[in-house]
Design a protein around this ligand. Structure first.
Ligand code: HEC
Length: 132
C-alpha cells in the first residue's frame, strides 16, 4: 500500500485550493455580535466615538461608510483596513480600540478584544467583507 501518502497529499492540495478549508466568516452571525458587545456603546447615534469620528457600527452600511474621513474597511485586505488595525496592537495606543486609556479602563469600558475576535474581524475582511 504505497498510495496512502499520495492520498493525503491530494487531500491537502484540495484544501489549499479551497482557500485553506477556511471557515466562511459571517457578518451577521460573527462580526456584528462583536461590534455590538465592544463598540456600539461609543459608536452609535450621538455617542462619543461617533461624535468624534463620524463612525458608527449600527449596521452593515454604516460600517462600510466608515468615518467622516473615509472608509475603514477595504474588502480583501485587513492590513489596509483601519477597522482591523485599530483593534490589533499594531497601532499607536492612542488610537487603539476600544480605547485603553486609564479613564476608560477605570470606567470599565476599555476591554481589549480577544485574539479570536480580532482574527474573526480580520478574516471577514480578507474574505471580502460581505454582507453575509
Ligand atoms: C469608550 C468609547 C469607545 C469604544 C468602546 C470604542 N470606540 Fe472607537 N472611537 C472612540 C473615539 C472617542 C474615537 C475618536 C478617535 C479618538 O479621538 O480617539 C473613536 C474612533 C474610532 C475609529 C476611527 C479611527 C480613525 O481612523 O480616526 C475607528 C475605526 C473605531 N473607533 C473603531 C472602534 C471599534 C472597532 C471598536 C470596538 C472594538 C471601538 N471603536 C470601540 C471611542 C470608542
Amino acid at each position: 500500500m504505497t498510495s496512502k501518502p499520495f492520498l493525503s497529499f491530494g487531500i491537502t492540495l484540495f484544501c489549499v485550493v479551497l482557500a485553506g478549508c477556511e471557515k466562511q466568516v459571517s457578518y451577521s452571525a460573527d462580526v456584528k455580535p462583536i461590534l455590538d458587545n465592544y463598540c456600539i456603546s461609543c459608536h452609535s447615534g450621538s455617542s462619543e466615538g461617533t461624535a468624534a469620528s463620524g463612525f458608527s457600527v449600527d449596521d452593515y452600511d454604516s460600517l462600510m461608510r466608515g468615518t467622516k474621513f473615509g472608509r475603514v474597511v477595504v474588502p480583501g485586505s485587513n492590513m489596509s483596513s483601519s477597522l482591523y488595525l485599530v483593534v490589533t496592537e499594531k497601532v499607536d495606543p492612542k488610537i487603539h480600540m476600544p480605547p485603553h486609556h486609564d479613564e476608560s479602563l477605570a470606567e470599565g469600558r476599555g476591554y481589549a478584544l480577544s485574539r479570536t475576535n480580532i482574527e474573526t474581524i480580520g478574516t471577514w475582511i480578507d474574505q471580502g467583507a460581505k454582507d453575509n
